[in-house]
Design a protein around this ligand. Structure first.
Ligand code: PMV
Length: 315
């Protein structure tokens, strides 16, 4: 038996960091995908082939013995084998269009496509069931995950999320292109989140004021998204970047990339934890090429994406 599934990556459009303290965040799925194929094999082993590493291992091993990046796949395969056919094994192949570890949702896309492909070998599940499996698998890497990333990778489109009320889909025509540029500086979300927490502890009043401003900004973005008002969204992107600068998650390279992208796009900002990782710039057909050229002329790796409305796909 063989089963294939693919899921999109994601970016955080607005609200990273502040979302940890209760502010709303806006995320979207992007049309760069991870495709996973799973098939049962007669030998009682789990085999994983991917660009991030390979593994051949017996089932029922403690997860701590498995390389952290491959853990979700091992966890899912082991669980399904134990449940449906203890004597069999599984071979998993992973194909990715998403750069790994730069805040573009590669691990959530892996968990969503992995959950669908691996369970699909034995049984058909709903998207909601696959999402729950994917979140469980993601917890083998990030025990405190909110599940927001897996949710947007499963259903696609644009989504708002806050800690208290959870997620809901934003209906928007979203007639824009995003130019994503990679700083090639490794990004360590946990460390940056902890530094922001220290900043907050030392500057309670200032931090709370910035959270209020971010909150107002997000409310304005929601109105702009409904109207497909790219200029309005762009102004808010630039403002949001100022708030991220204030809490110390930027650096000279990211600022330089943003400055270059701001010359022709509607607005550019960090996406995700910051300090390393990626920035994105909001564009449409009129300024996308200029924005890409501006960044490439300065040797920054960049590419354009659109919103992915498909979400999880199974074959
Ligand atoms: O770096 P990423 O894309 O994994 O995003 C981190 C987002 C934060 O808001 C900084 C942390 C979080 O848990 O929401």
């Amino acid at each position: 038996m063989k089963s294939t599934a693919s899921a999109p990556g994601k970016i955080i459009l607005f609200g990273e960091h502040f979302v940890v303290y209760g502010v709303k965040a806006i995320l979207c799925a992007i049309n760069k995908r991870i495709t996973i194929t799973a098939k049962t094999i007669s030998e009682n082993k789990i085999s994983i082939k991917s660009s991030i590493g390979n593994l051949v291992s017996a089932p029922k091993r403690p997860l701590t013995e498995v390389d952290i990046q491959l853990r979700p796949f091992y966890f899912l395969a082991d669980k399904m084998i134990q449940k449906y056919d203890e004597k069999s094994g599984m071979e998993i192949t992973i194909d990715s269009e998403i750069p790994i570890g730069v805040g573009l949702g590669s691990s959530s896309a892996c968990c969503v496509a992995g959950a669908a492909a691996i369970s699909g070998v034995f049984i058909e599940k709903s998207k909601e069931e696959i999402l729950q499996m994917a979140i469980e698998a993601e917890k083998t890497i990030f025990p405190n995950t909110s599940g927001a990333d897996c949710t947007v990778c499963t259903f696609g489109g644009i989504m708002q999320y806050d800690k208290k009320t959870g997620h809901s889909k934003i209906d928007s025509e979203a007639k824009f292109h995003l130019v994503i540029a990679n700083s090639k500086i490794a990004h360590y979300t946990k460390e940056v989140v902890s530094n922001v927490n220290q900043f907050k502890e030392k500057n309670e009043e200032r931090f709370s004021k910035i959270c209020n401003e971010e909150n107002n900004l997000i409310n304005d973005v929601l109105v702009c998204l409904k109207k497909n008002d790219l200029k309005g969204i762009g102004i808010n992107i630039i403002k949001n970047q100022e708030y991220l600068e204030l809490i110390g998650v930027s650096n000279a390279k990211l600022r330089n990339m943003i400055e270059l992208a701001n010359k022709s796009s509607f607005g550019a900002k960090i996406t995700g934890a910051g300090v390393g990782g990626c920035i994105f710039a909001l564009t449409d057909e009129t300024n996308m090429e200029d924005t890409i050229q501006q960044l490439r002329k300065n040797d920054y790796e960049c590419f354009s994406v659109k919103i992915d409305f498909r979400g999880l796909d199974t074959f």
